[in-house]
Design a protein around this ligand. Structure first.
Ligand SMILES: C[S@@+](CC[C@H](N)C(=O)[O-])C[C@H]1O[C@@H](n2cnc3c(N)ncnc32)[C@H](O)[C@@H]1O
Length: 270
């Protein structure tokens, strides 16, 4: 079990709310500070506790179902989970290993706290999972890292996961170009899964509150239209059922339920 956590530039501190630690609090985790809980409580106060927790759990379950689908139905055996967050009940390597115990998983997050908790995150994963501290806005730094090269064979299909993270990329940082730089490096048969806050499905007042809450964090929150979210799948073939709220993407049973704040989808490279 290995984590790789190069020194950071001091962007993260216990005095500013961190998206990773706020998300941990939403998921009932304990790896958060008072400043994170105060910011997260503002969201809970406005959205209500049921809606807030439903939104985050829908995303988490989408992640787990997607990994299992990609492993079981599309034969994907290696995953890069970007914006992985802190350990939760079901993590990517556990979902992948439920299909193939030899599957390999690289966790990437730009908050060093994730690597700090790597030991717990990677429990039972052996050498088949690692954590890298890196930023998704620098695809080459992720794909060319020695850690990645050690674990992931880019000449073979990869499952690239961006769950609830691309809305931290600002328009001027050119999210489509970032995605293209990842896509160009993937082998045919690779898949990309993404979930993203959707302006089409979120009341305007709620969007303002969320943007306000995250404005003091190192990563402001950016809502995108369904068309903008769809354009991140350019170059991928969107698998059925297309771009839908996370709770409706291939639900395990019945019709699934959705809070409709996010849109999600999985694309595949021919
Ligand atoms: C909302 S959490 C989602 C966690 C997890 N993917 C899930 O769905 O349960 C977003 C995570 O993305 C990370 N993050 C935000 N901006 C990032 C960036 N530019 N590069 C890498 N990670 C980032 C945050 O630190 C946080 O852990």
């Amino acid at each position: 079990m290995t984590t790789d956590s190069p020194p950071q530039k001091g962007t993260f501190s216990p005095d500013r709310p961190s998206p990773a630690r706020m998300y941990d609090y939403f998921l009932h985790g304990t790896d958060n500070f008072p400043v994170d809980r105060a910011a997260a409580d503002q969201v809970i106060e406005r959205l209500g506790v049921t809606l807030t927790r439903s939104v985050v759990w829908e995303n988490r379950h989408f992640l787990v179902r997607t990994v299992r689908h990609l492993a079981a139905e599309y034969g994907v055996r290696q995953f890069i989970d970007v914006g992985a967050g802190l350990p939760s009940v079901d993590n990517t390597h556990q979902a992948a290993h439920s299909v193939d115990p030899q599957a390999r998983v690289l966790y990437v997050d730009n908050d060093p706290i994730v690597a700090e908790h790597g030991e717990r995150l990677l429990k039972g994963a052996g050498e088949r999972a690692r954590v890298l501290t890196a930023d998704l806005r620098e695809p080459e730094a992720i794909l060319d890292s020695p850690v990645t090269r050690d674990l992931i064979d880019l000449s073979q299909p990869v499952g690239l996961l961006f769950i609830a993270v691309f809305h931290f990329v600002k328009p001027e940082e050119d999210p489509r170009d970032i995605m293209a730089r990842f896509r160009e490096r993937l082998a045919p048969g690779s898949c990309m899964a993404l979930s993203h806050l959707s302006s089409g499905d979120s009341p305007e007042e709620e969007q303002r509150l969320m943007q306000d809450t995250y404005k003091n964090s190192p990563a402001p929150m950016i809502y995108r239209t369904p068309e903008e979210i769809g354009s991140l799948f350019d170059g991928f073939e969107l698998l059925s059922p297309g771009l839908v709220p996370p709770g409706l993407w291939r639900p395990d049973s019945g019709r699934g339920e959705s809070t409709k704040r996010f849109l999600s989808g999985v694309g595949r490279l021919a």
